[in-house]
Design a protein around this ligand. Structure first.
Ligand code: HEC
Ligand code: HEC
Length: 324
């Protein structure tokens, strides 16, 4: 609910919310001080730009902006994304941007959340839009520029979390792996628009926490499993990006809160790769039990599809292997 003009909490309180949100994300960055002055005037773009910079532009900027929506300049915020405007000046409640940060439209933004925006931050955006989504006053240079590269890399000794890998998925994968994306339904029912959807193993696990070689997602971005992802590549992911995703999975596919995910014991996996000696799929040692079926047994060096289930350690108990 928008706060009435002039009844905004004191400056110190506002900054407290803002910095707290940044700390909760665990990003090693200085907490930008909002230029928001608490006069009786309505907020302008200069007041909301720091929030976009800290929480949104890592995905919503540049050539590969998520949903073709750039949130790094006043004009581009108003222009909207591939599906049209997301801000209706004078009508915060009818603006998709507000619906997304409140979770009234899914996936909720920022995609790196939780944490979501604080109530005070949402109220600031609502007040800005209700007051006409005004640009920064002339002279006040307000560019919501944050270097995506700087945010991507975890600090030395810091674990890789969802916060670091989500921008890669947002910029390179979510245009297809979402509902109503480039291909209509998400391919293979696999959504890459939230932490929960990325790790969802109800159909099968594409990410096995702690087991990069058993993770079809990593196989797809390396090109061990075909078709290689992103499907519209080349360009594919850079070696740095692939390394980042690999370390994220190795370290337990941690959420934005830094907690490692549990192995979905008993979940199905379907992996593609090259069959190697010693019952290996590339570098993955397969546990081939007595119940395993070998249809069209692959020869060594041949491409193969492996279906199986995960044991408590995230190892793959093979149910079926076939040449592809
Ligand atoms: C980690 C990447 C990421 C971050 C951070 C992020 N977004 Fe998004 N955003 C996406 C992706 C991916 C989509 C497209 C998802 C979909 O709708 O399927 C999207 C979609 C949106 C949409 C809908 C666009 C449309 O045309 O329907 C809005 C609005 C939006 N984001 C606003 C924000 C705001 C505001 C922030 C910051 C508070 C933010 N996003 C932070 C990745 C991100
Ligand atoms: C242009 C659309 C498009 C983009 C972009 C894209 N994908 Fe895909 N993805 C597909 C299609 C189509 C399939 C199904 C292909 C097949 O296996 O025949 C697929 C399949 C997958 C699968 C296998 C799912 C399963 O259940 O086995 C994974 C994992 C995957 N993609 C990950 C990614 C990742 C990670 C990215 C970004 C780096 C990405 N994709 C980008 C279209 C896309």
């Amino acid at each position: 609910m928008p706060l009435p003009l002039g009844r905004h909490p004191p400056m110190s309180k506002c900054l407290h919310y803002f910095c707290g949100a940044i700390r909760r994300v665990g990003l090693a960055m200085t907490c930008a001080v909002s230029t928001f002055t608490h006069a009786q005037t309505a907020p302008t773009y200069a007041d909301v730009a720091p929030l976009f910079a800290q929480r949104c532009v890592v995905c919503h900027s540049g050539e590969q902006a998520a949903a073709k929506l750039r949130l790094d300049a006043h004009a581009s915020v108003l222009a909207g994304g591939g599906r049209g405007p997301v801000v209706k000046p004078g009508n915060a409640a009818g603006s998709e941007l507000i619906r997304r940060v409140k979770g009234q439209s899914q996936p909720r933004m920022p995609m790196t959340g939780p944490p979501w925006l604080s109530d005070a931050e949402v109220a600031l955006l609502e007040r800005w839009i209700d007051a006409g989504a005004q640009p920064a006053p002339s002279g006040g240079a307000a560019q919501a520029s944050a270097s995506p590269a700087a945010v991507l890399a975890p600090g030395p000794g810091e674990p890789v979390t969802w916060v670091h890998v989500a921008p890669v998925f947002a910029q390179r994968c979510a245009k297809c792996h979402t509902d109503g994306g480039q291909m209509g339904a998400p391919p293979e029912g696999f959504r890459l628009t939230s932490y929960a959807s990325a790790l969802d193993a109800a159909d099968r696990a594409r990410i096995v926490p702690g087991q990069p070689e058993a993770s079809e997602l990593l196989r797809r971005i390396r090109g061990q499993a075909l078709p290689r992802m992103p499907m519209d590549g080349p360009p594919y992911l850079s070696a740095n990006e692939i390394g980042l995703v690999q370390r994220w999975i190795e370290q337990g596919a941690r959420g934005a809160d830094g907690k490692a995910a549990a192995v979905p014991v008993g979940a199905n996996v379907r992996l593609h790769g090259t069959f190697r000696s010693g019952s290996r799929l590339d570098d993955l040692a397969l546990i081939v039990g007595p119940g395993a079926r070998l249809d069209k047994a692959p020869a060594l060096g041949q491409r193969a599809e492996v279906r199986g289930r995960l044991d408590a350690q995230g190892q793959v108990i093979v149910e079926r292997i076939r040449a592809r």
